[in-house]
Design a protein around this ligand. Structure first.
Ligand SMILES: [Zn+2]
Length: 247
């Protein structure tokens, strides 16, 4: 059993205070980083959806332009064939050419009917893209502002974190090396809570009831006592003293 002094306990309690703050701030900073990246994802998702709509608009526009060109071409062909009609000599030739004119005219009419629908579709898609692009611009602005706000929120804490980390190191060197390693080990496996108070015969880390004999040893504070259940370092403090632990 490792022998310790009351002074060691005092240092351990101080170390735990710095550790608790460090862990708290680290977890807060992690949380806000997550918030930031989740906003970024939201924006990217919106942008992808907008791109899909823009692509659809482009396809609709291409279809319109191609259809318009074909209508134009068929119209030209009809005009040209009508001119040729006046020059043909035989009845057979005339009938063949007339049939061609009729076919082209019919094809042109069908395309014109389709074109009306294509143009309506293009217009609807254009309206949607305009609307979504404006929403995207607004969302971008809002998200950038929110992210800035989040950055600001974290700024102080980043400074504080550096301070606590330094403090933690400064306190740590006052401890015996074995004890310091032990503290770090327990802290790593116990969610940053390595040193806990025993109060009302309960371990304040896991709330297990501490057996009377062990309780007495904790009060004596001359050996390192760990909670039999959660393996955290136990210390005793008078009820009015500062507490460290899951209160
Ligand atoms: Zn415990």
């Amino acid at each position: 059993m490792q022998e310790i002094t009351r002074e060691d306990i005092g240092i351990l309690v101080q170390l735990q205070k710095a550790e608790t703050e460090t862990v708290r701030i680290e977890s807060f900073l992690k949380k806000i980083d997550k918030e930031k990246s989740s906003l970024e994802k939201k924006l990217a998702k919106f942008e992808t959806a907008l791109k899909v709509k823009k692509d659809a608009l482009e396809r609709a526009a291409t279809l319109c332009r191609e259809t318009e060109a074909e209508v134009q071409m068929l119209g030209d062909r009809v005009v040209k064939s009508n001119e040729s009609l006046r020059l043909v000599k035989t009845n057979k030739e005339y009938q063949a050419l007339q049939r061609e004119v009729d076919d082209n005219r019919k094809r042109k009419e069908t395309l014109e009917t389709s074109l009306i629908q294509f143009l309506e579709d293009e217009e609807a898609k254009q309206a949607l893209v305009t609307e979504k692009a404006s929403e995207f611009a607004q969302l971008t602005e809002k998200i950038r502002a929110d992210q800035e706000e989040i950055d600001k929120k974290g700024e102080n804490d980043r400074e504080l974190l550096a301070q606590y980390r330094q403090q933690r190191e400064e306190i740590g060197v006052k401890l015996d090396g074995t004890l310091y390693r032990k503290f770090n080990e327990i802290s790593d496996t116990s969610g940053g809570l390595a040193v806990v108070q025993v109060r009302d015969h309960l371990c304040r880390g896991c709330f297990m009831s501490i057996p009377p004999q062990l309780y007495i040893e904790v009060q004596r504070a001359n050996t390192l006592i760990m909670c039999p259940q959660c393996n955290r370092i136990l210390y005793y403090a008078e009820p009015e003293e500062d507490t460290v632990g899951a209160d």
